[in-house]
Design a protein around this ligand. Sequence first.
Ligand code: AMP
Ligand code: MG
Length: 599
Amino acid sequence: MSVPFNNPLPIPVLGFCAYSGTGKTTLLKKLIPELNRRGLRLAVVKHAHHNFDVDIPGKDSYEMRKAGARQMLVASHVRWALMTEDPVEDAPELPHLLAQIEADKVDIVLVEGFKKLALPKVELHRAAHGKPFIHPHDEHIQAIACCDDTELPSDLRRLDINDVGQIADFVIEYANNWRPSTPSLPLAPECGCELDTSKTLSVRQGIDKILSYVTPVSATEEVAIDDSTDRVLAQDAISPVDVPQHTNSAMDGFAFAYSDPMLDSYTLVGDVMAGHSYQGTLNLGEAVRIMTGAPMPDGADTVQMKEMAEDSGDSVRFQGNIRLGQHVRQAGEDIAKEQTALSAGHRLKAAHQGMLASLGFGKLPVYRRPKVAVFSTGDEVCQPGEPLKPNCIYDSNRFTIKSMVKQLGCEVIDLGILEDNESALVDALQGAAQQADVVISSGGVSVGDADFIKLALAKVGQINFWRINMRPGRPLAFGQIGDSLFFGLPGNPVAVMVSFMQFVQPALRKLAGELEWAPTLVPAIADCTLRSRTGRTEFTRGVYHLGADGRLHVTSTGAQGSGMLSSMVKGNCLIVIAEKDEQLNVGDTVYIQPFADLL
Ligand code: AMP
Ligand code: MG
């Protein structure tokens, strides 16, 4: 009986279903203030079966709509309403309706009605009504709220229909556990079937193999919060305080004790500025002028903003509808005392540092920095700053690699440019592995390259030479020298950067103790034709921007030679053309991987 449902919003949607007469609206009218009191911001979508109207004949908005405006938006400083004439034959489409909700303004959408949709729901049931159950025919029922004496299948979550607090607990638990469904990403599928799996790997296979060799560092140290940028937190930071510390006003206005109905006028008994507090307890009928951030006086639970009040010196009158608890920030609503404010495994950036500082942390336990040795190979490769020898090129790879390594909070050991000579290389590799957790070289790993690099690597450790089905960056060497990991990146400068982003970055993040990192991949609309080959992942350098249509668009940086570092400079993302795609046309959706994580 159920019709599929795709939630278009980045927030949870939970339905309440029941036969009419069960008291759905009565319950929601009690549940909504209870959830508000607990800090959950709500939107409600209600299905009305009849030809309802929210406007009144004679109002301008009503008359203009009746005159033929298909959409009528009426707005004041407190509220706006959009009325749309959208006659459809059956029920309106819930995903379309949900798309109208402003997901940044609310935490969850409660839906009344739309019983037939495959939407997660709570069933409400009162045995006294003699109506059948809904859950035997609807696998999307998450819980049933009924009376004490109702018999239910034992595995269904049971709630007391007369206990609003318990139903609110369930909604909050549901919202906290909810996760948006992730679209299938272009890097996800294991290709492999048609390939020689010993040496030729898909990007995903390469990443998985590499990560299976990485053991995170365990040593920790304490650093001042100032020195913690890009370090990884080694222990959960437990908040020693409530944030905010006191229940306080979110507006400049008036604090008072809510009553229903509200009183006509309130006697003003004081002023509370930020950093001060009101000594004494407010009685019903009394109010204080209060500034944003100032603690709520005892006895007060609600704030009205000053723009919606008439202050006549000794007393104040309020305009508009007032909700219990409005414009009040509860003590601990951001972070509660004794709660984990930030769990171990987070890389510390400005926002983390600010939050931990706000809790009073002066020092933080972090994992030691991984040590990364970097060198270049090739007789043609010269040190920048020195005269260029004939037929030679300047070393750029060591500089892009070192910069990205530092960006990931690692310590760099620069081994310079190594001579194309086997015994020198063996010495250098063994020395590097003794000092570093990871050794990274560039050049000399392609088929037909001077063999001494491969010979040297074979002497010092176990190294695999892979062909990755990607462009740029097809050759990749990976293995172990002693206890260190070794990455032999390609020689071409763009290939080096792309291979680093795809393979070295996840390894260094895992090594550094970072948990749950995944590359940022976002969909964008192609503004140019993009070519690839089936079975190969193409990383085209692109520029993304926000289009006039409010969507992300991307275009290639132009010529894509794997030596052309200018394409990395011009670009702000990699356009990831999946293995399954051969050609993408203008208007197609592609995934992009912004550089911002690393460059
Ligand atoms: P290879 O894989 O060693 O044959 O190198 C492929 C290409 O990358 C050649 O054109 C090299 O000159 C170039 N290359 C190798 N190492 C570097 C480096 N450190 N900096 C810039 N280009 C390099
Ligand atoms: Mg070379």
